[in-house]
Design a protein. Sequence first.
Length: 247
Amino acid sequence: MRNQIAAETLKVRYSRSLLWLLGIGTFFVVVSNLGLMSQGRGRVVAGTSTAAVLTHDLVRNPFAYLLFVSMAGAMAVSGEYQNGYISRSVLLSGGRNRLLAAKAIVSCGVGALFGALAVVVGVATSYGALSSIGRSPVFDRETWLILGGVFLVNVLAGPWGTFLGWLVRHQVASVSLVFVMTMMVDPALQRLLPSVGKYLMTIAMSSVYRDDKTGLLSEPIALVVIAAWLAVAAVAARKLLASRDIT
């Protein structure tokens, strides 16, 4: 398994798609945080908000990297179906289950990379926003809990994306599915049916990074829900991988 993980890590290391996702994700997160900075500084100066609230908003907002982590995970699998390398990967890995496990493990590492960058962007923009008005960011218990949650959901988004990639296999379709679920379906259901929507993967993740929306699950329950989604997706991916033709 160690050799297979090393092989999958090398694939990721030289993947242009990962670099593109990292760059595009960073662009959107930074632009979004700049918008929050502009609005938040004015409220702090006017006394309608506090440095703590602005700090929390800025360190929370880079959770959005999880969309790009999930896409990277899906592409790591579906890309091999697209270019025809999947049968060779299964052969060299020593079995389908080993390949599935290796890709999931490596995707956690990719998520950790994005998560670390999310933390850096959140902290850096907090300092930039508040130092410009003579204030300092507030790193209280809530700030650290948010940062830890942002990092964790990015790590978990990696295997989630790979399992969806195994289920769909087609690269464009798998990436589209990740985008639609994360940006449209889950948020829409959370607004329309909050009692149901809070149990969806993306909404449960928002509990972990301590979103200020109302009606969310507690963090322990949210983590159980996320684990359940990952387990169901993993079992389904394993079953389909075992039964589908890969030639």
